[in-house]
Write a new protein. Structure first.
Length: 465
């Protein structure tokens, strides 16, 4: 009996030890799972939901994290207005990949002038771990007001073009700007002349008068080659972008329609015509597209003038005309295109709309350059794409004897622009050089008669107040 008691005690002790071992094993397993090192950890109190306001162009402290190995970051739309995975053009990160260590991602945003709240999702992936940070940008400032332009305003641009073959025979262009009490552009002068003697002097004056839902633009000319004054009316959409434009004239009834995507980027320009509004609501034309435009009924927008192709917030190319050919193409620098009230990319020698002769081109190009046609490219252009060549033949003789027909071939290309900036990151000075090769030759034989190389040096100086 005593022996049996000993066995029973041993059995109880074994069971107790087995239970203890299981408890310890489970405890160790649980601790190992909870305490396992993570590949990705947020640091510095970074919040996974961040809110910024319409006038903010940087995030609230950025995103701080520690990565155990290589990582990548992506930004996608989260407003519900786009398909999942679509890119976001109003928010960029200071880096999209990196190695192990501590990191801080800086958020750069554009002002929200869409009139609607917008939201983006940032995902950082490292190993098998993912961190998601949601950023919402409100459509108003913290005070609940629509955003207003901050900082200094552009007051003057002086552009000088010098020909190396005639260094004293330069071209000068001076743009000056004036603003109304609301800070909106009220007047612009475009002065140009040649040389110290100011030959071919001209002064084109533009005035801008704003009203509810619209804008009147008047252009007058003075100087050596003054022409007729012109007056235009521009109807604005809900985002404040120009939606329709027509010229008030006795001899022209053409109008132009500007179409944008949900983010405010200009997608297409089409032309139509307008008729005086007789005050009746009858729609005599089945193609009435926008019947409620003040002053005029605008009809039949069926002629595509221009299509615009965007990528990552930059305009990459334009196409148009009757055959839809590509008119322009661009490459860009990493410099931000944020000079207030002006897009330098459009100020350069070749226009947004390429080599066309339509009457709308100059004004539409000007309005785009003044940031009135939706969002502009977020980066400054790398080179001014004035890359062209042509051949021309001529033969002058006072006799009937056959004369060689001489051809002239030109090839121009521009070096990349060199930019300098103010303390506010606005353009301060821009320089560029165009190299021009000229060759004359006999067309019949192709034999070169003469060759020369010259330069055009451009300089832009910006003044702010």
């Amino acid at each position: 009996m005593e022996k049996l008691g000993v066995y029973a005690g041993s059995f109880k002790m074994s069971v107790w030890r087995l239970c203890l071992s299981l408890i310890i094993a489970l405890s160790v397993t649980s601790c190992s799972k909870d305490d396992a090192p993570k590949n990705l950890v947020l640091t510095g109190g970074t919040q996974t939901v961040q809110t910024v306001y319409a006038d903010q162009t940087t995030g609230t402290g950025g995103i701080r994290f520690t990565a155990a190995t290589e990582w990548t970051a992506t930004v996608t739309d989260a407003t519900g207005t786009k398909a999942g995975g679509s890119s976001v053009e109003w928010l960029t990160l200071s880096a999209y990949s990196g190695g192990a260590g501590d990191h801080t991602l800086t958020l750069t945003l554009t002002e929200n002038r869409t009139g609607k709240d917008r939201k983006a999702k940032i995902e950082i992936v490292c190993g098998g771990d993912t961190i998601t940070v949601t950023v919402e940008q409100k459509s108003t400032t913290e005070a609940g007001e629509a955003p207003v332009q901050q900082g200094q305003k552009l007051a003057r641009i002086e552009y000088t073009n010098t020909d190396s073959e005639n260094p004293d025979y330069y071209d000068k262009f001076i743009l000056t700007f004036a603003y109304n009490a609301d800070g909106k552009l009220a007047e612009m002068h475009d002065i140009s002349y040649r040389g110290d003697e100011q030959a071919y002097y001209s002064d084109d004056q533009y005035t801008f008068a704003y009203e509810e839902g619209g804008l009147w633009i008047e252009r007058s000319e003075s100087g050596d080659y003054a022409g007729d004054s012109r007056r235009y009316y521009a109807a604005l959409n809900e985002q404040g972008h120009i939606a329709l434009l027509y010229q008030e004239s006795d001899y022209s009834n053409e109008a132009w329609k500007f179409s944008y995507d949900a983010d405010g980027y200009l997608q297409q320009i089409t032309s139509g015509y307008y008729e005086p509004d007789d005050g009746n609501d009858d729609e005599s034309d089945d193609n009435v597209m926008v019947p409620d435009i003040p002053k005029y009924d605008v009809r039949s927008f069926d002629n595509v003038k221009l299509n615009l192709n965007w990528q990552n917030g930059n305009l990459m190319s334009t196409s148009g005309g009757w055959n839809g050919e590509t008119l322009m193409e661009w490459t860009y620098t990493s410099h931000s295109n944020n000079t207030p009230g002006l897009d330098f990319n459009v100020l350069t020698a070749r226009t947004l709309f390429g080599n066309t002769t339509d009457t709308y081109t100059d004004l539409a190009n000007l309005l785009y350059g003044l940031r009135m046609l939706g969002n502009n490219s977020k980066n400054l252009v790398k080179v001014d794409l004035v890359n062209w060549a042509y051949e021309a033949g001529s033969s002058d003789s006072d006799t009937d004897a056959p004369q060689p027909v001489i051809g002239t071939e030109h090839n121009d290309w521009w070096a990349p622009f060199e930019y300098s900036f103010t303390s506010d990151s606005y353009l301060s000075r821009v320089t560029a050089r165009c190299t021009r090769e000229t060759r004359t030759f006999e067309i019949a034989t192709g034999e070169t008669v003469s060759e020369s190389v010259s330069y055009y040096d451009d300089a832009y100086v910006f003044t702010y107040e």
